[in-house]
Structure formats: C-alpha cells, structure tokens
Write a protein that binds this ligand. Sequence first.
Ligand SMILES: Cc1cc2nc3c(=O)[nH]c(=O)nc-3n(C[C@H](O)[C@H](O)[C@H](O)COP(=O)(O)OP(=O)(O)OC[C@H]3O[C@@H](n4cnc5c(N)ncnc54)[C@H](O)[C@@H]3O)c2cc1C
Length: 456
Amino acid sequence: MQIDGFRGRLITAGHSEYDTARAVWNGAVDRHPRLIARCGDTADAAAAVRFAREHDLEIAVRGGGHNVAGTAVCDDGIVIDLSAMRGVSVDPAGRRARVQGGALWGDVDRATQAHGLATTGGIVSHTGVAGLTLGGGLGFLMRGHGLAVDNLLEAEVVTAEGGIVRASADEHPDLFWALRGGGGNFGVVTSFRFALHPVGPAVLAGPVFWAAEETTEVLRFYRDFAARAPDELGSVVRLGTVPPLPAVPEHLHGRPAVAVACCHSGTVEAGERAVRALRRFGRPLVDLLAPTPYAAFQGALDDTVRHGWHYHWKATDLAGLSDDAITVIAEHACAARSPRSYAAVFHLGGAVARVPRDATAYAGRDVAHHIVIDAAWLPEESGRVAAAETAWARRFLRALRPHAAGGVYVNFLDSDDGAGRVREAYGDGTYRRLAEVKAKYDPDNAFHHNKNIPPG
Ligand SMILES: Cc1cc2nc3c(=O)[nH]c(=O)nc-3n(C[C@H](O)[C@H](O)[C@H](O)COP(=O)(O)OP(=O)(O)OC[C@H]3O[C@@H](n4cnc5c(N)ncnc54)[C@H](O)[C@@H]3O)c2cc1C
C-alpha cells in the first residue's frame, strides 16, 4: 500500500510491528486498523488525512495513546500515528517550547527542565501531550500557571481537507479557542508552542500517606487545607492501596491508604511552609515530601498505571468536598478488589479559575475538585475481577451523583460515556459554540473517533 507524498512508515496486518503499533495504554482496547500511518512530519500527517478522505476511511489520531477510551485506534480504518514525532525544542531566553504532536509529558519535562523551566503537564510522564492538552490539561503546576491550554500559544493543525494551518490568538482564533478544550475534533495537531515558567529543578514534592481508616478525617482536613493553599501548591488525593514503589517502605505496600501528593512550584523553603500543617495532621503512615527534582517527581507515579493493564474509568466534577461527599468517598474508595484500582481527586482553582469561562473551550473553570475513579486489573483477570472492578467504579460514581457539580473533565471519559456526557463536559453554551467551529473546520465530521462534537 502507498500514500502519495507520505514518507513515514505504513504498518498493516502483515507486519511484525502491527500488534505493538495498534496497542494503546489501556490493554482492554483491542482494535484492528486496516492501516497505521506512522508520520515523520507534518507533511506525512497531511498526506495521510488526504488519503483517508479520498478512500473514505475511518480516521483515528494517535498522540501518546493514553486515552482510557482507546480512541487513538480504530477498527478497519487508518490510524494517523504521531508516536514517532516526539521532538521538543526549547527557547530558554523567550521561555517557549515547541513540542511535536506525538510527544509525551516526560519528553517535555526533560527538555524544559534542562533550562530550569516547565509548563503545566499531566501527573504521569508517559501521558501524551496532544490528547491531554486538547482536552484542557490538568497538572501539579496548574494552580500557579494555568492549565496546559492556558499556556498554549499556537498550534500547527492539519485540517480535515488535508491542509496545514496555524491556530493562535491572531490566526484562526475560532479554531484556537476550540482546540483549547474541545479535544481532537478539529484536526491533527502536529506541533504545539507553549509558554514556560521557571520551576525547580528541585521542588518540594511528594506524598503523605495515612491509613484508610482515617480517610474521613484526612479529607475534611484536606478540604480546608486545599482551600487555603497558595497557588504554587498543587495537590492530588489518591485513595487506594499503597503502591509498591521503591520510594515507599516495603511493609506498607498493598495497605489501603489515603495519600495527598503535593508539588510546590516555588522555592523549597516556601514549599516547606505551605505543607507544614498537612504533614503534621493526624498520624501519617509515611511522609515522603522532600526536595525532589521536578522531572523525577513527574515520573514518580508512572509504574502505578502500567501500559497493558486493563482499565475502566468513571469521573465527575464535584460540587465541593462536603461532609456527605467525603462520607461517600471514604465508603467506596477502598472497596475495590484489585490492588491496582484507585480514585484520584484533583484540586483546581488558583490560576485555572482566573481565566474567563469563555476564553477557551475548557468549561470547568469554577470547579475546585474533579474525581476520577480508576478501575484497573491485569489482562489475565479479565473475567470476574474485571466485572467486579467495573461494577465498583460505576457504583462509586452513582453514589457520588448527588454531590456532583454537573460537569466532567472530557479527558476522563471512558468508552461507555456517550454523547450526553460529552455535552455535560462542556455545558450547553460552550458545546454549541464548539459545534459551530466544528461545522466550519470539519463539516463532514471526518474526525469523529474521539469524544465527538458533531457539526452543528
Ligand atoms: C495514567 C493516566 C494519567 C493521566 N493524568 C492526567 C493528568 O494528570 N491531567 C490530565 O489532564 N489528564 C490526565 N490523563 C488523561 C489524559 O489527558 C487523556 O488520556 C489524554 O487523551 C491523553 O493524551 P494522549 O495524547 O496520550 O491520547 P491518545 O490516546 O493518543 O489520543 C486521545 C484522543 O486525543 C486526540 N488526539 C491525540 N493526539 C492528537 C493530535 N496530535 N492531534 C489531534 N488530536 C489528537 C484524538 O481525538 C484521540 O482520539 C491521564 C490519563 C492516564 C491514562
């Protein structure tokens, strides 16, 4: 098979690489594309889009391949695979980075930290830059420096016609608005330009763990601690068993626990002050907060969410951490059977909340906490364990419904979250505006293998 003007690698069912090339992070996703077009540059991506359109092929676009719903790969059609496009170039004086569309956050952190700089990226370093950014982009730096989309200055986009355009505040501003939260609906982004900020290299970061029996007290304390935290302090609560990481004492591995992981992006001294009350609260099982290289901290959770395990996620924005919501969280969080399952509560606010709601397509500006319930099990456990874990996540979400804020972060939606939940992620006004931009840039809905916003 050949594609005019394509100089990358074409992988079809007969190739030895086919099975690895079609695999994504969630091992439960098992799709068989007709063709994987592994692009070397933007011209390859444009040629692949034109080919797909001419041959009326289903299109999937792959950045880091991390999305739990597995939308980076499709059955029968073409995967426009950017996984070989991972370049990052940094302009340290201008505090800017240009990042190719298949890069992972570990690539960005490594290149930018070489200059003592960073931008907001995800909390697991093997997550893709593209999918994460296009949905909004939460991370430890967001309260100080905004979401990933708030740092996005420009994107190079292959359109549904196979053309190449630049989207920024000055060029195609409607497209630029939609790309900052609207997901992969509007084109293939082959490069991003981000603003960078001085961070580290050493930051005060790490988790503090308490026994699961103390979840209610810890979460009540955390609610007030987080509400008063300086913008430089990012934190995520993790509820589940203690992961068997080398940094954690072995006798705690596998023990049900609640952890608050923090990262302070200012000086280590300011970080020490900001976390003092947290580490003094109750009787922690272990306190791993310490001056740590930022890039190393960003990779610290990588082994707790391995490629190839099977996953099912449920998520919602929380109306707040009320006592009743905390009771539900404490009751369900450690009821999973698999030691790999957990729930995570992200704390937003700060710079995220200061961006006007209509400035970008990311819609959850006024939400202080997102929860994501991550059921995870081994591939060989795909029968009863899979069913039990999936049921746990669904039950947990149902119980949280009365405490939900009526929104959800689009990047946490799974394959069984349908059109209604995509609309919920944006709210009616933003959704309508996104549908209009979609009608302008992709009227045939060629890019629909995603959390789809049909043209309107
Ligand atoms: C372990 C784990 C941790 C996570 N942590 C965070 C976190 O801290 N913060 C956060 O915000 N999210 C987080 N997420 C969610 C994450 O944002 C999404 O999974 C996101 O889709 C991952 O991006 P990707 O490029 O790897 O996705 P992929 O699976 O490659 O793609 C997902 C979709 O994004 C679109 N897409 C991908 N690349 C492109 C491109 N170059 N151009 C156009 N469209 C594209 C396509 O529609 C595609 O279907 C996490 C996910 C996982 C699995």
